[in-house]
Design a protein around this ligand. Structure first.
Ligand code: NAP
Length: 328
């Protein structure tokens, strides 16, 4: 005992209890998301922090928390943490990869099918009492089966999305930082392409790369102009991969057919113009939001902390350089 952790959001009670067996746990006492200065205030005297992807843990926070030795992120994407700064300050950063792959791939498919087949649009129409009955030309969408899916970022989630595309007999092309081996490509039934080729060919462009300086506004004005007029953009990765004003412009000018988004540049803000568009599906960052997945994320986030306290290497260290230098 003796180590103290601050937990920014209420996570699984079961795993919080497990954490309490090893550490003094202080949980966010306010029933809402904390501001940065509140995080600094609560974590000031703590050795560890368990945070979520909504908490921005930048150098200011690290400066305010001089005892901090580990940041356990409840999420796979860790763009909310200044990892470089953590590394230079000897703070270990961990995340929760793998356990949310299927849930996020499933949601990607829910959004893709929704925007292509106008499900949410139809739901709104029914609730407004405007449904007049079956008609041959009513609410026609786009066929998904047999179309071309373009995946950007072929990691765990990208591959899980590609795997599901087989059920829809789709032609799957992908662009990623690292090309898969030819055996992996064959097994998944996918073909590597350049980013430009993917944008020009895909009927559905789905984003699965992390948010980094290289992926900032990867989908901007130029990229959107390359897409087919009949194509849809799906984003369940991170908001700032897409330049939102350019997306709104492309939709307004009918340069693409629609978009389905789970993530936004300034969450929880969603551009007003997108909310007005019937051909845009808007989900509130819920890729990993299943009971099973959130429990598994809590398990990994807590396991990372407990291992660290025991002097063992946590299973999912992001900044391995810091681990090796300090504890390796
Ligand atoms: P992952 O396994 O690390 O996959 C990311 C893939 O993107 C890797 O193949 C990576 O290539 C590639 N990549 C990195 N930089 C790139 C670039 N500049 N251009 C093209 N490809 C690039 O991660 P994951 O578990 O699949 O998760 C992917 C992202 O999904 C996370 O970072 C997170 O932001 C997001 N996510 C969102 C939700 C949600 O709730 N909506 C839930 C979970 C995850 P390398 O092989 O070279 O690294």
């Amino acid at each position: 005992m003796g180590h103290r952790v601050f937990v920014t959001s209420l996570i699984s009670q079961h795993y919080l209890s497990k954490l309490k067996e090893h550490m003094e746990v202080e949980l966010n006492p306010l029933n809402r998301q904390l501001t940065q200065s509140e995080i600094m205030q609560f974590a000031r005297d703590k050795d560890a922090l368990l945070c979520t992807v909504s908490d921005e843990i930048n150098s200011e926070v690290m400066d305010a928390c001089p005892r901090l030795k580990i940041i356990s992120n409840y999420g796979v994407g860790y763009n909310n943490i200044d990892v470089e700064r953590a590394t230079s300050s000897g703070i270990i950063v961990t995340n929760t990869p793998g356990v949310l792959t299927d849930a996020t791939a499933d949601l990607t498919w829910a959004l893709l099918l929704d925007v292509a087949r106008r499900v949410s649009e139809g739901d709104r129409l029914v609730r407004r009492g405007e449904w007049k009955g079956w008609e041959p030309g009513f609410l026609l969408g786009t066929e998904v089966t047999g179309k071309t899916l373009g995946i950007i970022g072929m990691g765990r989630i990208g591959q899980a999305v590609a795997y599901r595309a087989r059920a829809f007999h789709m032609n799957v092309i992908y662009y990623s930082r690292t090309r898969l081996s030819s055996e992996e490509e064959q097994k998944l039934g996918v073909r590597w392409s350049s980013l430009n080729e993917l944008l020009e060919e895909a009927d559905f462009v789905s984003l699965h790369a992390p948010y980094t300086p290289e992926t900032h506004h990867l989908i901007g004005r130029q990229a959107l102009k390359k897409m087919k007029k009949s194509a849809y953009l799906i984003n369940t990765a991170r908001g700032p991969l897409v330049d939102e004003p350019s997306l709104a412009e492309a939709l307004r000018n009918q340069e693409i057919a629609g978009a389905a988004l789970d993530v936004y540049e300034r969450e929880p803000e969603v551009p007003a113009e997108l909310k007005e568009m019937e051909n845009v599906v808007l989900a509130p960052h819920m890729g990993s939001a299943t009971v099973e997945t959130r429990e598994a994320m809590a398990r990994l986030a807590v396991e990372n902390l407990i291992c660290f306290l025991k002097g063992e290497r946590p299973p999912h260290v992001v900044n391995t350089r810091a681990w090796e230098k300090l504890y390796g």
